[in-house]
Write a protein that binds this ligand. Structure first.
Ligand SMILES: Cc1cc2nc3c(=O)[nH]c(=O)nc-3n(C[C@H](O)[C@H](O)[C@H](O)COP(=O)(O)OP(=O)(O)OC[C@H]3O[C@@H](n4cnc5c(N)ncnc54)[C@H](O)[C@@H]3O)c2cc1C
Length: 453
C-alpha cells in the first residue's frame, strides 16, 4: 500500500488553503513539475461537488470577513488563487471595485471557492467520507495512520499516511428540548435550511430559534415573503450587534494567536467570554438595521406577522398532526404558553467536536485532544505521525480559529511543517519534526511572545 506524505480529511477552505500553500511552495522548489509528484498528499472530501455551507446560500447574505482574507492573499498577495484574481478572470474586476465593499455576498464567495476547488482537483478525492483513523503499530511504536473512507456507493478505501490534517467543520448544535423532535421534518437546523424549507412547501408560520447572524439572515429571508408569519425566539434581551470595530477586530489577526496561546486557561476563558459577541449571538449592524426597518414597516402593513420573542426559552417541542407546538417560557415573567408553528428552525450554532469521534482509536497515544501552537495533537513519544487538528481550538487559539480570518497564514505554516518533515522545505517558517521534545522547545519559545491589543 502506498504511504502518503499527508492525508487531509475534509476539503473546505481550511484544507484548500493548505493544498494551495503546498502547491505554491513545491512549484517554487520544482519548477515545471507536477506538485503532487514531489509531495504525495490527498484531501478526502465527503461532498461530490464543492459547496460552501450550501444550505445557507441565501440571497443577500454577505461575508463577515474581508475578501482579502481569502484562501491565499494574507500568506501570498501574489497568489493566483486570490479572490482578486478570481473576479478579474470572471471579467468583474471594475464592477467589483465599484461595489466599494470589502464584504462580497456569500453566493459570490462560494463561487470563488468553487473556482479555486476546480483548479485544486489534483489534490482531492471527492465523494468519500472518512469513517476511521487507525494506528499502524510496529514494535510498540505507531509509525503510520491508516485512513478508511467510504464512497456513497459503499466502496471502502484504505490509505496510509505519515501526517494527517483534520478540518471537519462543525456539526449542528441541538439543545436538549429539541432533540426528541428532530426526527420530524418540520423541525430542522439552519445547517439544513434550504432543504428544510423545500421539504415544507406549505409552511407559513415559522419559528426561528436563536439571535445570531444565521437567525437574522433566515428571519429576513422568510420575512421577504409576505405570506409568512415569522417569530424569532431567543433568550437574549435584544438582538445584539457584532462588534467589528478596528481595535476589537485585532483579536482576529494572526499575530494575536501567539498572545492568546500563552495565556493561562483562566485568562483565555475570561477573554473568550468578554469577546463572545464578536462572533456568537450577534448580528451584523447593517442587517440589524434592515431587520428593524422590516419590523417597523410591518407594524402598519401586517401587524403581528413578524415578532421578536426576546427573553423567551423553549421548554418543549411537541409535533402535532397539523402543526408543531412550542412550549415557551417568558423569562421575564415566568409565564408558560404554547405557540403553533408549521416549521421550527434552529439557528443554535455548531459543535466543534467531530474530530474526537474520528480520532477515537488513537486516543491512547495522545494526551487529550489539545494541540500545540502549531495545531499538532500532543502525543506520547511512541506516536510518530503528526496529526494537525483545525477548527476546534478556540479554547487555546482564540476566536479566529473557526473562521477564514487566519486560514491562509495557518495553511502556510502547516504546509511548511509538512514539507520540512519530507525534506522539501527549510524556510524560516518551518518547524522541526513534531516530536515531543521539539514540541516542548516550541512551547517554551512561544511563551516568550506576548503582544497585546
Ligand atoms: C452559514 C455560515 C456562514 C459563515 N460565514 C463565515 C464568514 O462570512 N466568514 C468567516 O470567516 N467564517 C464564516 N463561517 C465559518 C466557517 O467555519 C468558515 O468560513 C469555513 O467554512 C471553515 O472552513 P473549514 O474548511 O475549516 O470547514 P468547513 O467549511 O465546514 O469544511 C469542512 C469540510 O469537511 C468535510 N467533511 C467533514 N467530515 C468529513 C469526513 N468525515 N470525511 C470527509 N469529509 C468530511 C465537509 O463536507 C466540508 O466540506 C461561516 C459558517 C457558516 C456555517
Amino acid at each position: 500500500m502506498t504511504v502518503h506524505d499527508a492525508i487531509g480529511v475534509g476539503f473546505g477552505p481550511s484544507n484548500m488553503a493548505i493544498a494551495i500553500a503546498l502547491e505554491e511552495r513545491l512549484q517554487q522548489r520544482h519548477p515545471g513539475q507536477r506538485a503532487r509528484d514531489a509531495f504525495n498528499a490527498v484531501f478526502l472530501e465527503r461532498q461530490r461537488t464543492f459547496s460552501w455551507h450550501p444550505q445557507m446560500l441565501i440571497r443577500d447574505a454577505d461575508m463577515q470577513v474581508s475578501f482579502l482574507k481569502d484562501l491565499a492573499t494574507p500568506r501570498n498577495p501574489r497568489s493566483p488563487y486570490s479572490f482578486i484574481n478570481y473576479v478579474h478572470q470572471q471579467g468583474r474586476f471594475s464592477a467589483f471595485c465599484n461595489l466599494k465593499s470589502f464584504n462580497p455576498s456569500r453566493v459570490e464567495f462560494n463561487d470563488y471557492l468553487t473556482w479555486a476547488f476546480d483548479q485544486l482537483r489534483d489534490w482531492a478525492s471527492t465523494g468519500e467520507t472518512v469513517t476511521a483513523i487507525d494506528p499502524v503499530v510496529e514494535s510498540g511504536r505507531v509509525t503510520l495512520l491508516e485512513v478508511t473512507s467510504h464512497t456513497a456507493e459503499g466502496e471502502r478505501i484504505r490509505r496510509r499516511t505519515r501526517n494527517l490534517i483534520t478540518s471537519l467543520g462543525g456539526s449542528p448544535r441541538v439543545p436538549a428540548a429539541f432533540q426528541p423532535a428532530m426526527a420530524d421534518a418540520r423541525v430542522f437546523h439552519s445547517h439544513h435550511y434550504l432543504a428544510g424549507r423545500s421539504r415544507n412547501p406549505g409552511a407559513r408560520r415559522y419559528a426561528i430559534i436563536g439571535a445570531g447572524q444565521s437567525a437574522a439572515e433566515i428571519f429576513m429571508d422568510l420575512a421577504s415573503d409576505e405570506a409568512n408569519h415569522v417569530d424569532l425566539v431567543a433568550r437574549a434581551y435584544a438582538p445584539r450587534p457584532a462588534d467589528e470595530t478596528p481595535f476589537v477586530n485585532r483579536i482576529f489577526d494572526e499575530e494575536f494567536i501567539d498572545h492568546f496561546y500563552q495565556l493561562d486557561a483562566a485568562q483565555r476563558a475570561a477573554f473568550l467570554e468578554a469577546f463572545h459577541h464578536t462572533n456568537y449571538a450577534a448580528i451584523d449592524v447593517d442587517l440589524l438595521h434592515a431587520m428593524n426597518r422590516r419590523l417597523y414597516e410591518d407594524r402598519f402593513l401586517h401587524p403581528d406577522r413578524l415578532r421578536l420573542r426576546m427573553r423567551h426559552e423553549v421548554s418543549a417541542v411537541v409535533p402535532r398532526a397539523d402543526h408543531v407546538e412550542l412550549v415557551l417560557t417568558d423569562l421575564n415573567t415566568g409565564r408558560q404558553y404554547q405557540q403553533a408553528h408549521d416549521a421550527v428552525i434552529l439557528a443554535t450554532g455548531y459543535e466543534r467536536s467531530l474530530h474526537q469521534k474520528l480520532l477515537g482509536e488513537i486516543r491512547p497515544y495522545i494526551t487529550d485532544f489539545s494541540v500545540d501552537r502549531h495545531y499538532r495533537l500532543k502525543s506520547v513519544r511512541e506516536f510518530e505521525p503528526t496529526v494537525f487538528v483545525l477548527g476546534s481550538n478556540e479554547a487555546t487559539h482564540g476566536l479566529s480559529d473557526t473562521l477564514l480570518s487566519v486560514a491562509a497564514i495557518r495553511a502556510g505554516q502547516i504546509a511548511d511543517t509538512l514539507l520540512a518533515s519530507a525534506g522539501q522545505f527549510d524556510g524560516p517558517d518551518s518547524l522541526p519534526a513534531a516530536s515531543s521534545a521539539s514540541r516542548q522547545h516550541h512551547a517554551r519559545h512561544e511563551s516568550e511572545a506576548s503582544p497585546s491589543l
